[in-house]
Design a protein around this ligand. Sequence first.
Ligand SMILES: [Fe+2]
Length: 202
Amino acid sequence: MEKAEKKQGDIGTLLIEAQHATSEFHSLLAYTMDKSLHCDVIIATPVSLIDHMVRESEESSRVYKLIESGKISPSDAIIHECVFWLRQMADHLGYILHYSDVSNYDVNFQVMQMMQKFERLYLQAVALQTMIRTPRKETLPILTQFKNVIIKEAKSLEAFKLEIDELIKTCAIATTSPPDLLEHIAREAHHLWRNLEEDRIT
Ligand SMILES: [Fe+2]
C-alpha cells in the first residue's frame, strides 16, 4: 500500500515536471512562429513545421489531462488518436517532400501519393468524430474497420520512413533533411499504430 502510494506520488511529480517542460517548450515555439509570421526573423525551418511542433506540445498537455481524468472509452481513444495523428502523418510526408531534392522524381511521387492518402484518412477520422457522438460506450464496427486500416497504413508508413532514413544516413539520396528527422517521425507512426492496437491514449 505504502509502495503503491509512493509510486502514485512519483507519477504525479513526473506529470507536473512534464507539464512544466511542455509549457516552456510551447511558449518558445509559439514565440518563434509569431516572429516568423511577422517576418521579424528568417529561419530555415518551415512555419508549418513549427506549428506542427506547437500542436504536438499542446497534444501532450491534453494527454496529461486525459490520463489524470481517467475517463476515456476505447472508442474515444481511437477517435482521439486518429484525428490528432493522421494530420501529423500527412504533415510528415509534406516535410519529407520539402527537404527532398527535386531530382528524386520517383521517391517524391511516392511521398506525394502517401501524403494524399493520409490527408484523405484524416478527413475520414474527422467525419467519424462527428458522426459517432459522445458518450461513446461501444466500439462500432465502422470504427473498428477504420482502426484496422490505420494500423496497417501507419505500419507501412513507419517502414517507408525508416527506408528513407537509411538512404539519408548512407548519403544515397539528395536531401537537405536534418539527419534525425526521419527516425523521429518514424517513431511517431509507431506510436500511432501501437496506441490503436491497445485502444489507448499516451
Ligand atoms: Fe510529428
